[in-house]
Design a protein around this ligand. Sequence first.
Ligand SMILES: Cc1ncc(COP(=O)(O)O)c(C=O)c1O
Length: 356
Amino acid sequence: MEHLVNEQITSLNPKLAGSPKGENTVRLDKGELPYPPSTHVIKAIADAAATINRYPAVLGGSLRQSLANYSGAKPEQIIIGNGSDDLIELIVKVFVKPTEEVLLPIPTFFVYCHSTQVMGGNPVFVNRNEDWGLNVDSLLQKITPRTKVIFIANPNNPTANLISRDTILKVLNNVDCIVVVDECYYEICQETVADLVEQYPNLIILRSLSKSFGLAGIRVGYAIANETIIDYLYRAAQLFPVNKLAIVAAIFALEDIEYVCSNIDKIRQEKVKLTASLEQLGLLVYPSATNFLFIRTESLGIPSAKLVEALKTMNILVQDFGLKPGLDAYYFRTAVGTPSDNQQLLVGLKDAIAQF
Ligand SMILES: Cc1ncc(COP(=O)(O)O)c(C=O)c1O
């Protein structure tokens, strides 16, 4: 059967299930919020469960209006997806033909590259500056008539840094292609260029309810862009990309912003403490506008893969970035967890460092 599979799919890596996670596992590898969703959200999901014999509302029902109220955009400027991952793939599907190019400042979020490859597009990497900032001139030099989309995660994953509004404007003022600014961590950093969608018809903002709203497991993301782009994205989208329970979860989460803010406050405080403690261990911690920290291990002379593996044997999960596109062998990322998670990480790291 293999000869029937599209060529660009055969070259992708198989997905691995990952080992089962026990209750005592410290889960800092996926950048998740360590707190459960608000009790209003949990109750709303339970109440809606009795109606799942019916399909969800097309276009997400009243969630679109809730997101409009929350973001300040018009409902017609919003599309809802099954996580922002879903919308990343949809954007590539709508704008990129096989062999056309998608520009990616690296290191960055791996799904941009993966979705481009799935659609037969051609990912083109541009290296970032040493401080992970965008080098707009190098970016512009890589633009060709075949460039259809640029993905800019702001703040970026895994490097956690913000790109200034001026830098994004410089990109927007010099290109014709679609510019996606992924604001997955908007609630944490409070920086946005969503107000520019009226002025720039090629700008798409991506947002997610996975991180700050604590809804990673139910999958809701949204995009803000001008009405024409949203209309085309919806034409290509599935009829029911977001399930009923996810729709009510998102509506109720958006009504409980106080809970979201209190969780973000806790994460901000823990981030400061965790950064200081990691630095005391001799690690380089980059400034973070997100709920995770990007860490360099070179000063200890220990490749990150070794530390990450040693932590895994202690049931502490963080994400290795050693030798990922745009990086050498000395980087890993950890989410900021609960005080107990962070304490366990620090104890584990101390042990692991002593082993080498
Ligand atoms: C920059 C960025 N965009 C998008 C996502 C995916 O978000 P979602 O859970 O909404 O698919 C992530 C997840 O880590 C991310 O870091």
